[in-house]
Design a binder for this molecule. Structure first.
Ligand SMILES: NC(=O)c1ccc[n+]([C@@H]2O[C@H](COP(=O)([O-])OP(=O)(O)OC[C@H]3O[C@@H](n4cnc5c(N)ncnc54)[C@H](OP(=O)(O)O)[C@@H]3O)[C@@H](O)[C@H]2O)c1
Length: 324
């Protein structure tokens, strides 16, 4: 089968297409013919061994994904496709079923086929969604769900979502709204209408206004794009308020520190622990029209380098997907 592989950490050009052996499913696994796979910030960070995040993070990253070279040559976690074959013990899925999900840090989805356990984080594809749209569900959807759970967001509470147009942010707006929160979305000019359409009660254009200076306060500030900071957000948090981080090594220390001192907390729970129930929940929310994946661009499988470069601009709207 064709797969996108890489043998050394580095820029997008280290990715190339190669013929590799097709996986064979074990008795509790399904073999999925991948139709679409998301190109995520996590793929990019892993491919470059988190160089941009500093030496400490790069070392931690390599200790997990391979010190000298990547142990897993095939990236890609968030996929949608069709069941090609099933192991003898598989009950939930049959050949021909359409599904979506994530292989998490096992990666392996930048390929024509991937094998995953039936009990893994996969579910039937919501009716009416294309494979590309389905592949755009898990990255932001699962991460936003995980982060929001860490905030214990209550109905009616005010939340501000910074970077509301990214994969995590666009999902965060919808999920916070679903939880009954009062949502203020912060994004750039071109995405203000999108944020409103996702359910934001209020929108702020970050290129025009600094939300930390308008006197408004929030129970939760969700930095969904990792470009703000607790220090700058502090005065916009109510007493007992929480700053949800998605990136930044310093937030690990701040989370520890504020768990003991101060009345405003940093919440940064890594690594995220996604469950199959979460994937099923997203599917149900989509079917109930309470959630929709935001898809920016689709690229052919062979254009992975171009797609990756676009993701690395850090200005995609929602998700970017390769179709196979
Ligand atoms: N903790 C975890 O497990 C985990 C997992 C996955 C990702 N992450 C991290 O989470 C963060 C978000 O990932 P993502 O894939 O959701 O991001 P993304 O989709 O790449 O974010 C892009 C969006 O952010 C907006 N943006 C860029 N700069 C901004 C700024 N200064 N202020 C406000 N908005 C800005 C862009 O809008 P404009 O074009 O209008 O600027 C664009 O729509 C990343 O740092 C990623 O590394 C963490």
């Amino acid at each position: 089968m064709r797969a996108i592989v890489y043998d050394r950490y580095g820029p997008p050009d280290v990715l190339r297409i190669e013929d590799v052996e097709r996986p064979v499913p074990n008795e509790d696994e399904v073999l999925v013919r991948v139709r679409a796979v998301a190109v995520t910030r996590a793929d990019c960070a892993t491919r470059e061994a988190n160089r941009r995040s500093g030496v400490a993070v790069a070392l931690i990253s390599r200790s997990i994904s391979g010190v000298r070279r990547p142990k897993q040559r095939i990236l890609g976690s968030e996929f949608a496709g069709e069941v090609e074959a099933v192991g003898s013990a598989v009950r939930e899925f049959a050949v021909g079923d359409q599904l979506f999900g994530t292989s998490g840090f096992r990666f392996g989805a930048y390929a024509e086929f991937i094998r995953v356990r039936e009990a893994a984080r996969i579910a039937h594809k919501p009716a009416g969604l294309s494979f590309a749209e389905a592949a755009a569900i898990p990255d932001g959807g699962l991460n936003a769900l995980w982060c929001l759970r860490g905030a214990d967001l209550q109905k009616g509470q005010r939340i501000l979502i910074y970077g509301a147009s990214g994969a995590i942010g666009s999902a965060g707006v919808q999920l916070a709204r679903h939880l009954g929160a009062d949502v203020t979305a912060v994004c750039g000019t071109k995405n203000l209408d999108l944020a409103r359409s996702l359910g934001a009660d209020r929108v702020i254009d970050y290129t025009q206004e600094d939300f930390t200076r308008n006197g408004q306060t929030y129970a939760v500030i969700f930095d969904a794009v990792g470009k703000h900071s607790f220090a700058r957000c502090k005065r916009s948090l109510t007493r007992g308020g929480r700053y949800l981080a998605t990136d930044g090594f310093r937030n690990l220390f701040l989370a520890l520190w504020t768990s003991r001192f101060g009345d405003r907390k940093v919440v940064f729970r890594i690594p995220p622990r996604y469950t199959k129930q979460d994937v099923v929940l997203l599917k149900e929310l989509i079917e109930a029209r309470r959630f929709r994946p935001v898809l920016d661009r689709c690229y052919p499988f062979a254009d992975v380098i171009e797609a990756t470069r676009y993701v690395e601009t850090e200005h995609k709207t929602g998700n970017v997907v390769l179709t196979i």
